[in-house]
Write a protein that binds this ligand. Structure first.
Ligand code: NAG
Ligand code: NAG
Ligand code: NAG
Length: 465
């Protein structure tokens, strides 16, 4: 083996053991100054221990680039510099949305001093931050250990029911005597686009939380409906159609060592969940194969005929804890579509495939519609927190051949019976007509015969005379 092949192999092996993320491990962390990264040492340290290659850069460093020679230079970006008006050598919001379009993932932390850059970037994803210098404030749920109690450090515990994103303590129902988890949040609130299914408001305010100015601590008087409760977003996450993930948090402080280690708060776990989900370390779904064939012969023809019975199969796996696992669910649906879905049915899991396997196989026994045309076989699986799976096959369904129809139709049995009854009736009538013996008729015939005889006699008489 050539030395460089060995090296490549070694690199690949090393990469596969280290990579925690399903999509890559290069992380760009942007902070106001390189020194300010020390406030986030726990958060950034946990990324490094999970195998990420973390590059910490100052927001003003002009040699920072998201792309090098048309390729993404990083797999993930963490923005912890909310006051920065631009990054690197004039990188604007559109450069960062392009980074996400390219498959990059992003964690964006804001604060009450957020710049227009962050406001514009967030607006691209349906997240609208409140005006500058406002805070999320709560006079009932705040961090209590402090002597000079600070109502701006909200103890938020309104988590979205998203088990794919949050670990069981947050998303599931609480056990008895278990304290409700709370996340300390100090920063700015946002409105989120309720109608967008790609956006999940992961952490929202309590009914007592509102968005207001620090001084006087009164709600802002603006024309819009005041934000509070569920409509007040604190942390929201977004997944694009191409499965890139973005998280928006209104607080840089919640990532900081100061709040991460506070007792009574679950920031450590929450921040880790958000980072793991965003950086594709969990709930990454993929399809590893799919097939369909006639159930009788087991082969896949170039086209099916109407009403054929077929078997459709699809393999799904999910990435978590550093490995691919079988994806187990009971809501994987198959559709046969020609403009409208003609068939939509839930597939069954093939249990035997589960043991010692990376994938779970789902199958369905499907009777094709009695309709010919070009159909699409589709599994379109979109669930909150999981990557989208959309598998499509275009399949032609032909009408039956002239000799492919059944010889006798059960629906037509009355007609078959009708015609046989007709034939039998006709024959019976003929038989009756032919063989019946009518005495009247024979007398008449005899009379006719004697008449003929006498006629013939008369003729003979006339001739002789
Ligand atoms: C700026 O970033 C480059 C890499 O992109 C790095 O080599 C350099 O040290 C950074 N400069 C400062 C002042 O941090
Ligand atoms: C909080 O109050 C206690 C006693 O009232 C005092 O000993 C402690 O130093 C105070 N802590 C702070 C951070 O002010
Ligand atoms: C799934 O299994 C159930 C029970 O065995 C069966 O009734 C159903 O038709 C199956 N679904 C498909 C799509 O094959």
């Amino acid at each position: 083996m050539k030395p460089w092949t060995c090296l490549a192999l070694a690199c690949a092996l090393l990469g596969s053991t280290n990579a925690k993320s399903a999509s890559g491990d290069r992380v760009l962390v942007l902070v106001p100054k390189v020194e300010s990264a020390k406030h986030y040492s726990k958060f950034l340290g946990s990324l490094e221990t999970r195998g990420f290659e973390v590059s910490i850069r100052a927001a003003s460093n002009t040699s920072v680039a998201l792309q090098i020679d048309g390729e993404r230079a990083f797999d993930h970006a963490v923005l912890l510099a909310p006051a920065a008006k631009k990054f690197g050598d004039g990188l604007g919001p559109l450069d960062f949305t392009r980074f996400v379009d390219d498959g990059g993932n992003m964690v964006v932390a804001a604060s009450s001093e957020l710049s227009d850059f962050h406001r514009k970037l967030a607006a691209q994803f349906g997240v609208v931050f409140e005006p500058r210098s406002t805070w999320a404030i709560d006079h009932a749920n705040y961090m209590k250990q402090n002597n000079a109690s600070d109502h701006k450090v909200v103890a938020a515990s309104n988590f979205a029911p998203a088990p794919a994103i949050l670990s069981p303590g947050f998303a599931g129902t609480l056990a008895k005597n278990q304290q409700k988890p709370a996340v300390y949040f100090k920063g700015i609130a946002h409105k989120y686009d309720v109608a967008n299914p790609q956006l999940v408001p992961l952490l929202t305010g309590a009914i007592t939380t509102y968005s207001g100015k620090d001084k006087g601590e009164k709600p802002i008087e603006n024309a819009n409906a005041p934000l509070n409760g569920k409509s007040l977003g604190l942390v929201s996450v977004f997944q694009t159609r191409s499965n890139a993930r973005v998280a928006f948090a209104g607080s840089t402080a919640m990532f900081s060592d100061a709040l991460l280690s506070k007792r009574g708060g679950d920031n450590q776990r929450f921040v880790e969940d958000v980072a793991k989900w965003t950086m594709q370390e969990k709930s990454v779904l993929r399809e590893t194969g799919h097939r369909h064939h006639l159930s009788e012969t087991g082969e896949q023809p170039s086209h099916y005929r109407v009403s054929n019975e077929i078997v459709y199969e699809i393999d799904l796996s999910v990435y978590r804890d550093d490995a691919w696992h079988p994806y187990v669910a009971d809501d994987v649906q198959f559709e046969a579509i020609m403009l409208d879905p003609y068939i939509r049915t839930t597939l069954n899991r093939t249990d035997s495939t589960l043991s010692a396997s990376e994938t779970a196989t789902y199958h369905g026994d499907i009777k094709l519609p009695d309709r010919y045309g070009t159909f699409t076989f589709r599994v379109n699986y979109k669930r909150t927190g999981y990557s989208n799976v959309d598998v499509k096959d275009t399949v032609a369904i032909w009408p039956l051949r002239h000799d492919g129809y059944p010889r006798f139709l059960s629906a037509a049995y009355p007609y078959y019976t009708g015609s046989f009854v007709m034939v039998i009736g006709f024959l019976a009538l003929c038989a009756v007509w032919l063989f019946s013996d009518e005495p009247e008729n024979t007398e008449k015939a005899a009379a006719a015969a004697s008449k003929e005889k006498s006629k013939a006699k008369n003729k003979a008489k006339n001739k002789s005379s």
